[in-house]
Design a protein around this ligand. Sequence first.
Ligand SMILES: Cc1ncc(COP(=O)(O)O)c(C=O)c1O
Length: 460
Amino acid sequence: MTEQEFSAEQREALKKDAMAYILPHFADNAELAKGPKVFVRGDGCYVYDIEGHRYLDTFASLLTTICGHHRPEIKAAVLKQMDDLEFFPNYVDTFTVPLIQLARKLAEIMPGDLSVSFFVNSGSEANETALKMARQYHRERGQPHRYKVVARRHSYSGTTLGGISATGIPWFREYFEPLLPGYLFAPAARCGECELALKYPECELGCLRALENLIQWEGPDSIAAVIMDPIPGSNIGYPLPPDGYLQGVRQLCDKHGILLIFDEVQTGFGKTGKWFACEHWNVVPDIITIGKGFTGGYIPLGATVTTPKVADVFRGKPGCELRTGSTYGGHTVACAATLANINIIEKEDLVQRAAQTGIRLKAELEKLYQYPIVGDVRGIGLLWAVELMADRRTRTRLDSQLGVGNFIRQWCWEHGMILRNNGNILVIAPALIISDEEIDLMIALLEQALAVATSKYLNP
Ligand SMILES: Cc1ncc(COP(=O)(O)O)c(C=O)c1O
């Protein structure tokens, strides 16, 4: 389908119907009031709207299309699977060939001995399953009193009630209280904004000590799992944990028999320059959850991947099986698409490429400090955040009412670039295939937008 196929009347009718018949996810009525944006086609890092405008997508369709749009290899795999068998469920005792092949491939690329997968449809479901898995794991081992879950402030764990119960961002939670009991929150490991007002390294990892104190206070025997995103995501803009923190969390969990869950829905599949973010610190959790870029954006799929030690608790004798599942989890065509996606990542060495491109991107983004409105540049690989501030030296926030981040996003949109922002945090998380020319274009547009924003808001 191309934009040429639509008359002006058809375009208008589609936009009208979008407004009439759809409630978008996390809708923004102020943005919708400017008119809905309707997309018809994609190619590489670009997408085209129904008017035929082309946009460089610096957020890769919500961090999913990591190998770019319009990959013939993935399309061919999907079509072949559609011909062979479009769907059979992974239910009770039934499997399909792409499902088994994908599980085998995951066992090969996941860190440590994470090799047993439970397939779902999204990142939220992957976390939901991990949390259920942790609770049942302890129950099966005769410790039903271990039910509490420790999450972290400022982390996002998904949109389901279990997901938001483990989410440390009030905006996602506040309208849905009361949430699940037994969910506790430790501080984020976020040196730039340390909530304990400490300085690394003199702090000697105060955030880790705070986690330890929380576990001690609650009673280590009551805790089923610690869930965390090793690098928190786009909502707070990828603050890297201080060295020693994740290692310390691993030790704490081992000491107290607590399962450690890493949510790599956003950070997995090469986006940090390694297959999984936890590999930067050589820490292997008991469970990793994945989604988003896993399928390259073609068909939804997520997974909760664990070790034989955990999985064995649910295998063998009748009665101990994991009590969860869904109709479409591990969809046959989604598995075929995902295998093709992983195949491209391997064949084109995209993990290594992301690491190299990330070095260049870091250098380019740090040049943006020439604009006084740029307060902080942080990230790794192809996951970056540029935080706007009124004063970098004193880390004074911009008045949120000014909407500077939104202004920059809108300016970029009008100049052919999709940029995600969360308030004054601009997020740059392009596909793994982004080229040097596309990075140059992205930086050039960002520079222009920042120059306009600086003179409009800092020197009015
Ligand atoms: C870190 C993290 N975990 C979980 C999720 C939930 O994934 P999904 O939106 O596929 O349910 C997201 C989505 O943004 C995420 O960023």
